[in-house]
Design a protein around this ligand. Sequence first.
Ligand SMILES: [Zn+2]
Length: 408
Amino acid sequence: MRWSAALLCFAVLTVARADDAAEASGRVRSVRYDYSRFSDGPRRVPRPRGASRARAEALGLGTRQTASRLLHGRPDPRWVEAAGGAMSEHLLWPVELGRFGRGFGYVRIRRPDLRHDGIDIVADEGAVVRAVADGIVAYSDNGVRGFGNVVMIVHPNGWASIYAHCYRTTVQPGWRVRRGERIAFVGNTGISRGPHLHFELRVHGRAVNPLRHFDGRPWLEAYRTWRRLRSEGSYEPPSDHTRAVLPPDRGPLRPSGSPTAERPFGSVTHLRAMLRRGPRADELAEVEGARYRNVLWPLRGGTRARREGRGLNIYGEGSPVRAIADGLVVYVGDELRGMGRAIGLLHPNGWISLYGHTAETYVEVGQQVQRGEWIARSGPHLHFQLRAEGGALDPVPLLVQVPGAVAW
Ligand SMILES: [Zn+2]
């Protein structure tokens, strides 16, 4: 019963259609809604692995009970504690070009008794969904009826944010996310008619109107930008690649006592060994995603770039650092000489990319990342290196999407 109450709000347009029929036959209030013809699939969620899986299991995250608790009551205090990070004063608008679709509360003309517990943000299928604030992923699956593929995040102040109807989710329970980090793609799963993000903010299980928690009216900004780009002919819908390429499911991981035993990655010793000898086949077997023969410009923006030592220095303080290609995080730490706080990614083609002098890192060892994903924030400059077959590879001739404003 509790489920059905929580879910009525997702039946938005379907309910309206049922009402049409009901009104025509004069049975207005006695309609029973038939959800059985809806499926919450296809289920597209990452397979739990690594340190996040261990954390999720220890905290009881990722189950339907987890989701239910967030929808109906206070989150477990341990989840709030594990959320880490900081709660910003304002939430980030979760879809960059997402337009306002439907408001919070009693907004239905035909069914004034049904409350809409969130807001609907309209965007193309495949548009990136980002975390509105720092937090820990408590749920990322499709087991909540009506929601489809859904992400739930617990924030350090005890609030929960919910992102429903996703095409796929890209985070797993137990991951700590940063405000602005990608968590899913907009979709049309669950009880939904047309691609949109159903977004909810829950305070101790009670749905509150999220609109007042954003800075100004980002949805108007988004609408204006979207409209301008379209009129200029420069609007680019999300690429099929981004949303359609799914990591192959390799079946259950090798049985093992602990996540660290089952994956050797993470230590600087192991990274150095891989850099020296190149990755082995068993190490490459852990990496998912597409193979590229070029290198995505590893920063969003940047003002100046020059070759430095075995790599490239790119200047753009505070800019998001992007993964140059799909890959597996094999190192996060500050033990690499001359690299400051650095990230190492192992790519399916055997390349290893290194991102040094970051101000802040957003990924953890064992995480699969996609090309273009934000993995860190740059310090005054990013030091980037590319390694292949045990040696350094000059990334410059391989770079794509270099901003025109960069001086060499
Ligand atoms: Zn909705």
